[in-house]
Design a protein. Structure first.
Lengths: 431, 340
């Protein structure tokens, strides 16, 4: 089910990877000229991941980048000048100089959520974006990235688990670049493939060579399509290598030289260029044309950024709260009939409806240890229309007289005569 | 303070005139806002089928369905994060903390992600985080906290802490309609202990406005939430001795209504702050600073405070009673202040 690419798509991937690297090369120069205010974080060697994944999204979809996803921002439509002005803390930047790096977003047009430095927080946030999109009927997919390091945070697990139970249209790209600052992945996580973590949430996952942009795109496209179709969240582990230190100040002397050498041979842009030339999808003239286009764009945008002023000092005191005119209207864009989520159409009977309950299926079949649906007491309850509220565990005592707490049962019984049966929304995983 | 048994809950929380409890007022606010605006959704632990640990959301799932009343895993960070993400698409989520103590579990999500979004990149997050707070019910150290000041100290968040059913309903409606993240504290001691006649129609109470609950000329008592009732009780006792205390109910802690406090203190020249939060770093310290900066010349005595002890909330009734402020302690402090 791998997506076939058109020549234009092949060339787009090439263009954005080259643009990504060129933007960062320009910023490295600016950094050395002391024109970058804070830190500079490189995605050298990981461009294929940012570009290949974001390229799988549609315009209406949402993404939230991490610090090394400049490429994803460029694909989504952010002009390089926004990235330059951000890093240079200019008043013309998307945050007016209030934050740097890739810490900016655009709710209204590009659908980008700004990251924060605390890793993993975007996972539940983008789960919420995905849930809201589904609720409004927009058929969007939400995507964000996390590193091998960030996958150890609590919120990674809280977020992915919640996305999974909600079957949210959400794709999480786990960029395994082997290093969390100075700590190698093997000292962080005791498993070979970080994608295996998906098993814990019952969601699909892929492992992909992060330095092969076409493979990354194809995996991401398939994942995005599946998420959009309602299959729930998907985790993609893209294996790659961070080819610089954590940030510019860090010479990364802790990385074995052979490791850099090994990965240098696998540079995603060089590999891809060879592939394109071999397939005659790219020729020298086209390449030169793209390079000229990138050079001209970056020169113009860099000049703009350099010429831009710093923010006026008193701006520091402004904008903490959204008050009247200083913030935009947040209006939901309904793409479904509101009546579906408005009473009386929205009204349901509030009881849990557990699939397979009473048939020994809900818990993995007859060989599973004792669970709901496997006990004599539960069989007895199942006769009651198969509807129970297993909010609290069914307690089975030896003589078989004590059952579920009456409170839950009474509650279910109260609504037994109601006209509608319990509906489990599409978002509630039925498995 | 008026104490009465809880009224039987009207399933579905349909709006009606008449005596309603604090808890019922909150349910009515959510119910009416969800009726009014399909962008309003509720998510939290056990808020759906079970109707919430305190039954504040009872009947909402039946009325508004699974997509709008969302039972979540025990994942406070996921609840707050998801609510924030939802707000970016124009929804107005209400996120419930089963007990407000558990808000500590999502501190980062709230203070770093939600609170800073508008300042940094212009992203308003119209969401409400609400939950039962406060002590006096022997809930122990993890079910009795008053963690409001962590969030008062966080630019970007609003903090509301009502004391009456009328205010609870009107302020919660304002919080839901506000374009900023609002933390809404519900003192659980008040849930079923006070009742009030509420108007039948839609009404709101504005955020950031304190109210004078009792007029007086000898000293000002500033308080909020359950301690507002304690302060009124003390004020009645003080009146027996000829001391007329003015009692101000802050209602909103962030933004703080400085003007109402200053106006009163300029009249009474004395100020006592009573809060159930622990002493160090409580709002009393902030009010003391404001009075020193803006009404120093008006003060005839020191700012005094009656607060909980600087300890965790203890479990045993004897310990908790010792830990909490009460009308006696307020009365004693006010008498001392009145002597200046």
């Amino acid at each position: 089910m791998k997506a076939e690419l058109t020549r234009q798509q092949y060339l787009d991937l090439y263009y954005y990877m080259r643009l990504n690297r060129a933007v960062e090369d320009t910023m490295t120069k600016l950094f050395r000229q002391n024109k970058i205010v804070g830190g500079l974080y490189s995605s050298l060697g990981q461009e294929g991941i940012s570009v290949g994944t974001a390229y799988a999204l549609e315009k209406k979809d949402w993404l939230a980048p991490m610090i090394r996803n400049i490429g994803a921002l460029l694909v989504k439509g952010v002009p390089p000048r926004d990235i330059f002005t951000q890093h240079m803390a200019k008043y013309t930047s998307p945050t007016l100089g209030k934050d740097g790096t890739s810490h900016f977003g655009d709710l209204e047009n590009l659908h980008i959520v700004s990251p924060i430095s605390m890793l993993g927080d975007l996972i539940p946030v983008m789960t919420g974006v995905a849930m809201a999109g589904r609720y409004l009927g927009q058929k969007i997919v939400a995507m964000t990235w996390i590193g091998d390091g960030g996958s150890s945070t609590g919120v990674f697990h809280e977020g992915l688990n919640f996305a999974a139970v909600q079957k949210a249209p959400f794709v999480l790209i786990l960029e395994n670049n082997q290093w969390a600052y100075s700590t190698p992945v093997r000292r962080q996580v005791p498993i070979e493939n970080l994608a295996d973590r998906a098993k814990a949430y019952g969601i699909a996952s892929y492992v992909v060579d992060g330095n092969d942009v076409v493979a990354v795109y194809q995996a991401a496209k398939e994942a995005v399509d599946r998420a959009r179709a309602g299959e729930g969240p998907i985790l993609i582990e893209a294996k790659s290598m961070r080819m610089r230190g954590h940030a510019q100040h860090d010479p990364a002397e802790y990385v074995p030289k052979e490791m850099f050498e090994y990965w240098k041979q696998r540079d995603p842009i060089e590999q891809y260029e060879k592939f394109l030339l071999g397939k005659k999808l790219l020729d020298a003239a086209t390449k030169k044309g793209l390079e000229n286009k990138i050079d001209a764009l970056l020169e113009k945008d860099r000049d703009f950024a350099e010429a831009s002023p710093m923010p006026p000092p008193e701006l520091a005191a402004q904008g903490v709260y959204c008050t009247g005119d200083d913030c935009h209207k947040v209006a939901p864009k309904w793409a479904r009939d509101k009546a579906e989520v408005t009473p009386p159409n929205s009204s349901v009977v509030a009881v849990w409806n557990v699939q397979g309950f009473g048939q020994g299926k809900g818990s993995g079949g007859k060989n599973a240890p004792i669970h709901f649906g496997d006990t004599p007491a539960a069989q007895e309850e199942a006769a009651n229309e198969g509807k129970l509220a297993p909010k609290t565990p069914v307690k089975v005592v030896s003589n078989g007289t004590e059952k579920s707490p009456q409170k839950s049962l009474n509650r279910a019984a109260t609504h037994a005569g109601d006209k509608k049966s319990a509906k489990v929304p599409a978002g509630k995983a039925r498995r | 303070m008026a104490e009465s048994k809880a009224s039987p809950s009207t399933n579905g929380g349909s709006p009606s005139a008449g005596q309603v409890t604090f808890l019922e007022a909150i349910k009515q606010a959510m119910y009416e806002e969800m009726e009014r605006d399909p962008a309003v959704v509720l998510l939290g632990e056990d808020v759906g089928v079970y109707g919430g640990a305190f039954k504040t959301s009872e009947g909402l799932l039946e009325r508004f369905g699974w997509e709008r009343v969302i039972d979540t895993p025990i994942s406070e960070s996921a609840i707050i994060g998801a609510a924030c993400g939802m707000s970016y698409l124009g929804l107005r989520p209400i996120a419930e903390m089963q007990f407000i103590d558990f808000i500590a579990c999502c501190f980062n999500q709230l203070t770093n992600f939600v609170a800073k979004g508008h300042y940094l990149w212009g992203a308003p997050a119209p969401m409400v985080v609400r939950g039962p707070s406060g002590g006096g019910v022997h809930g122990g150290p993890f079910h009795s906290a008053n963690p409001e000041m962590y969030f008062v100290h966080t630019p970007g968040l609003k903090v509301v802490y009502p004391s009456t059913p009328y205010d609870a309903k009107g302020l919660l409606k304002s919080a839901i309609r506000d374009n900023n993240p609002v933390l809404f504290f519900e003192h659980k001691y008040l849930y079923r202990r006070i009742k009030e006649e509420l108007p039948a129609g839609d009404y709101t109470v504005p955020l950031g406005k304190a109210i004078v609950r009792r007029e007086g000329k000898h000293l000002t008592i500033v308080s909020y939430a359950a301690m507002m009732h304690t302060s009124l009780e003390a004020a009645d006792a003080l009146a027996q001795e000829g001391i007329e205390a003015e009692v101000i109910d802050l209602r909103t802690l962030q933004p703080l209504d400085e003007e109402t406090i200053l106006q009163s203190v300029r009249k009474t020249n004395k100020c006592l702050v009573v809060h159930e939060d622990t002493k160090t770093g409580g709002i009393a310290g902030e009010i003391a600073a404001i009075l020193c900066e803006k009404a120093f010349g008006d003060l005839d005595g020191p700012l005094m405070r009656v607060t909980a002890l600087d300890t965790p909330v203890p479990y045993a009734p004897t310990l908790e009673e010792y830990f909490l402020p009460n009308a006696k302690k307020v009365f004693a402090a006010a008498k001392e202040l009145a002597r200046y």
